[in-house]
Every structure is written in structure tokens, then in C-alpha cells.
Design a protein around this ligand. Sequence first.
Ligand code: ATR
Length: 293
Amino acid sequence: MRQQIDGYTRLCGLIGNPVEHTMSPAIHNTLAEGEGRNLVYVPFHVERENLGRAIEGAYGLNVLGLNVTVPYKGEVIPFLKEIDRMAERIGAVNTLVRTDGGFKGYNTDMMGLYRAMRSENISIEGEEIILLGAGGAARAVAFMCASRGAARVWILNRTPEKAEAVAEEVNTQQGRECLVPMGMEDYVRLPGDRRYLAIQATSIGLYPKVDEAVIQDRDFYKKIHTGFDLIYRPSTTRFMTLVRESGGRAFHGLKMLLYQGVIAYELWNGISVSEEEALAVYAGMKEAMGIEE
Ligand code: ATR
């Protein structure tokens, strides 16, 4: 049932372009309804030239918080009063929290990925991790893994120079040689005396090219005990199928989407969302996407 809107209703929203296909209103409005909280969440389609005005205007209108999506996760930073340390390192902000005099920026995408992994009993600390990709998403994952204590992250990318740049940046910031950059075909050189957690952070396999995986060789997948694909459309990517066919566990990225929303909602409202509430929202998201697993 829709929340009654009255003089006390607080507003949160999403700014981006496009925003029309977002699942975020379903996440936040379901959480608010479940708690009986007088809060509504709406998407705002913002053109680039209006980005600064949108943020200032939202602050002036007493908006409680905003999410930020493509293509503005980097571009919003100059308009913030404050920025969380991890978001600053990553250089991307997806959540703005109202504070005295302006918004503070966070990156709940990476906090959400970590919480999604934890909820599936996947650990980062002390792990040997293969990270596929070195674009914007992979770069953020690299920072998250390094700061959460991964033993080593083997970062593989089609364009090796990009993997090298990410590795240098993360290693310098961490003060240890945690990241090892490689070309994508260099997976054959990965030490074979162990099995790895693999995080798939390229755009390969995304709908509609559902039969593609960035590495197709089955020998690669024998090295993987757990595969986590950031993609959630389709809900079973070719990467996940290959991991499972080699005996590993595999997960899609929908829980990451869930928890980035849950953590934003917690930051805005100064509360903790229980695992039970989060999983109720997740059930709705899966139903909306026609996912059973
Ligand atoms: P995102 O913000 O989703 O990370 P991105 O920054 O454009 O998007 O990064 C896309 C990632 O997918 C990169 O790692 C890219 O590899 P390159 O850096 O070599 O471009 C990878 N990718 C995209 N198309 C690819 C393809 N056909 N084969 C291999 N990797 C590909």
C-alpha cells in the first residue's frame, strides 16, 4: 500500500540519465513501507548541465538523501560538502547523505558488494582473488578487496595497461604489493597450486550477449572455487555457468544492488536494516526480474 503523503513526508531520490529502468524506487519504498516510515523515493532524470543545480536545489528543498547513477558518479564529487574516504579513493559516489551545510558522498556500491559477499559466506580477507576487468567497476572492486585485506588480487584485463594503472594506484595507496596486473590471456600463468575467488567485472555477458564470457577456456574455471559476477541481467551469465560446470559456486550481482540500496537507506535514516527485512526486499526484486535462484 502506498505511504500517505503529508506535511512530514521526507524525500529521497535518484539522479542520473537515464533513470527510467531503475529498481531503486522499489527497494527504498518497500523498506519505508515495511517500517511504516514516512519517506518516499523518486527518480530524477537530470541533464548534465543541470547537475550542480539539481544537487543544490535538492539540498535547498530539504531532500534527505540522493542516489547517483550513470553517468554522474564521478561528476557529482565537486558539488559535495564532504566525501567518505573510500569513495574518494575510488573516485565514485553513488549516495549523498544530508549533513550540515551540504551533502556527504559515499560509495555504497562497494559496501554493498562486500555485504552481498558476506551474506553468501564469501570472504575477502586473506584470499587470493582473480579480478576480471580494469574499467570503472573493476577499479572500485580492486580498492574494496585491497582495503578489506585480500592477500592478493590478480587483475586481468584485455588492455593490460589499464590493469597496470589500477594496480599501481591501489598498491601505492595500500603501501603493499597486493595487486598483480596481467593481460586477459595471462590466466594460463596464474599459480596452479591453489583455487581462487573470481570476480567478473567486465561488461562481457551482459544482456543481450548472454552467451559470451571474457574467458571461455574450461581450464581457467578449474582454478575457481567461487565466482561472483557483477552482472545481474541475465541472472545466470555464461561466466557463472562455466564456474558451476567446473564444480565452483557462482553468484550474480543482484544482491550487490540490494545492499547498496539497503546501506544508503541506513545512512539516510540512521538505522540498521535487519537481514530479514533486506531479504524480503530481495524477494520482491527477484520476482520483478523473474529470477528463481
Ligand atoms: P564499467 O564502468 O562497467 O566498468 P568500463 O569502464 O567501460 O565499464 O569497463 C569495461 C570493462 O570490460 C573493461 O575492463 C573492458 O576491457 P578494456 O579495458 O580492455 O576495454 C572490458 N571489456 C569490454 N569489452 C570487452 C571485450 N570485447 N573483450 C574483453 N574485455 C572487454
